[in-house]
Design a protein around this ligand. Structure first.
Ligand code: COA
Length: 337
């Protein structure tokens, strides 16, 4: 036997279009402070968040994903039939199986595209972009839809002082496909499982349901977070990862037009920008002020807004860096579509 036939894909991959869906309910700090004995001033000062978006019941994971994806497809000049793989990054699709991506692929009208979810929390979108670029270059797919989507309001304890003011809902999508020139740089990614417990679902579903020996709590296992160590890890370690992503792409901060970090906390964004010594003309995404932290959706939502407002232009060089529970992280340089 002379070996199996191998496939080869496109020489290069790029993001061809971006779309977004913002959950419709605007929730200002004033609406949540009483339950956590806080204030609008404290929340703005510590996190930069003025208001966040929460989903209404009809704004499901599937619905928000489909809306964001339609816009991304339009922007790419493609239709659902062109998509042969759908990757959904989420931690708030509360049906454990099947994957949200299968419903999204069907609702969109793809021709039975491969569809699966990935769980990398706030780092999920950048993981998806890295995988999509490799799928396109490796020949497994021609056009991949990468979606970051969350309904974190479903799993946030609105009485938890450490997290109630942070999380939010929404969806962002990007179409990744073949390109004549490199449009997605090498990914720098990793994890630090030693800090597994810093951001996590409070308890296992089995502890919620219980057993004959031990009654269950019957309470939604909300997301909990040790804010201070997460803050320190993100502010210091992630700037180094961001610089490494620039190095791997063969550029420096001076070549950068746009910086789109995960929208975790405005102070983390500022600390990273300082530590990376970003030149003052680099546009920095600050979507968190009005959107809150929407985990896997935060980077595509922030990038979409910059494109929409004309702050990021087609052909610009952008650095994406995503980090969160796990602790997992991923960063790459991309060309703005
Ligand atoms: N409202 C008012 N006061 C609060 C409060 C709240 N919601 N939460 C905590 N406090 C108080 C504390 O009791 C403490 O008071 P003390 O000094 O009198 O003891 C003080 O504020 C400082 O608490 P601390 O937990 O050290 O706050 P912090 O400066 O670390 O800020 C976060 C808290 C959550 C804003 C910050 O840690 C953070 O943003 N972490 C990263 C979170 C994040 O980005 N997560 C997503 C990653 S994907």
């Amino acid at each position: 036997m002379s070996g199996l036939t191998q496939q080869r894909g496109a020489e290069h991959a790029a993001i061809l279009g971006v779309g977004a869906y913002r959950a419709s309910r605007v929730v200002p700090n004033a609406d949540i402070v009483e339950a956590i004995d806080s204030s609008d001033e404290w929340i703005q000062q510590r996190s930069g968040i003025k208001e966040r978006r929460f989903a209404e019941p009809h704004e499901t994971i599937t619905m928000m994903s489909v809306e964001a994806s339609r816009e991304a497809l339009d922007a790419a000049g493609l239709t659902a039939k062109d998509i042969d793989c759908v990757i959904v990054a989420t931690v708030s699709h509360l049906l454990q199986t099947p994957a949200a991506a299968t419903a999204v692929a069907y609702e969109l009208g793809t021709d039975r595209a491969a569809a699966f979810d990935i769980s990398a929390a706030c780092a999920g979108f950048s993981h998806g972009i890295a995988m999509a670029a490799d799928l396109v270059r490796g020949g497994s797919s021609r056009h991949v839809l990468v979606i970051g989507v969350e309904r974190l309001s479903d799993i946030t304890d609105m009485r938890d002082r450490g997290s109630a003011f942070i999380f939010a809902d929404g969806a962002g999508a990007a179409v990744v496909g073949p390109s004549d020139v490199p449009g997605i740089g090498p990914v720098v990614w990793g994890s630090d499982g030693e800090q597994f417990d810093l951001i996590r679902q409070r308890e296992d579903w089995r502890d919620v349901v219980g057993s004959p020996e031990k009654p269950g709590s019957g309470v939604m296992p909300h997301l909990v977070m040790q804010g201070n160590p997460v803050f320190r890890w993100a502010s210091f370690t992630m700037a180094k990862v961001a610089i490494e992503a620039l190095d791997r792409a063969g550029i420096t901060v001076d070549d950068l037009d746009v910086f789109v970090p995960h929208q975790a906390n405005m102070r983390i964004i500022d600390a990273m920008a300082r530590s990376m010594k970003l030149p003052p003309d680099v546009v920095i995404a600050r979507d968190i002020a009005e959107q809150g932290n929407s985990s896997a959706a935060s980077i595509p939502l922030a990038l979409h807004r910059l494109i929409d407002e004309g702050q990021a232009k087609s052909g610009d060089t952008a650095l994406l860096i995503a980090f969160g529970a796990g602790l997992a992280y991923a960063a790459q340089v991309v060309t703005v579509p």
